[in-house]
Design a protein around this ligand. Sequence first.
Ligand code: GLY
Length: 364
Amino acid sequence: MKKIKVVLGKRSYNICIKAGMLSSAGNILKTLNIANTAYIITNKKIKSVYGKRLEASLSKQGILNKFHIVPDSEKAKSYACWCKAIHNLADFDKGKGVCVIALGGGVVGDLAGFVASTYRRGVPFIQIPTTLLAQVDSAIGGKVAIDIECAKNLVGAFYQPKVVISDPLVLRSLPPRQIRNGLAEVIKYGIILDKKFFSYLENNISKILKLNPACLEHLIACCSKLKAEVVSADEEEKTGYRSILNFGHTIGHAIEASVSYGKSVNHGEAVAVGMLCAFDIALMLNMAKERDLIRLEALIKKTGLPTRVKGINIAKVIKATSYDKKIIRGKKRWVLPVAIGHVAVCSKVDDSIIREAIKKRFCG
Ligand code: GLY
């Protein structure tokens, strides 16, 4: 088993990575002495594939458990779903020590984490991510939230899990588009922090796309380590360092917002184009080298992610960049590449440059 530690003093925790790890969840919880009962938040689809295995593993260790099913979409991150989950948890909880388990992707993790952080002023929380995106990104870091009508993730907390259990074998049930969705974030880590990891991706992308277990284990461990280091250095986004994780996301989020978070463009696809736009901006500012952009574009293409997006309203995208969460005192903060493995944060980028970069990546 690969173990990565997120170092946060008393709130430190491990990310445990191994093929078949899901069946050891009960053991891990028992060893950590986390709780006698477990409230598992998941969706119908995931429960039907992995529910029995998790239930058996917990029951074997005498951990009483109950599943709570939420919708399989962003709808799960609503006030109504949070309220229902809390009421059902209160009915289930016998006051003898309950923990909340997130079994699912980012949406489930965000809702379950927020439930765990608010119930009884906080109960232990466990992340069992079942998508690549969640294993390399959203299950790590402690940001949990629900959406309200005017904005996504507006009601939330920093609430770290006690452990993250990542089983690469569960990725086998994902459609290829979902794997590619996670791979955009994987590529992001190479650009922002690790040139060697970027080369690994270039050399192994076909094995990764075939879900080779050893490659996946290595990839999840590398990304977990990189994210753990960033989170340990700036857990609550106080120094600004954590914003490097936002590379490709300013335009990426704007693309998603411009299509109202519809199915035509998923998060990874938007981030792939967003990363290329950030490179285009950096080139125009003479910050980056064209040969690095060529390498990124080639890897994105080999991964099967888009390098351009179709049918998007450019004006809407530009407007949406102004609503980015990372804006500080009215200034946009652009995470721009300097070289593969190294980025810089800039607040002064002319709107005309941003417009030109966005135009280049849009067609139709
Ligand atoms: N939950 C995702 C993060 O903290 O970055």
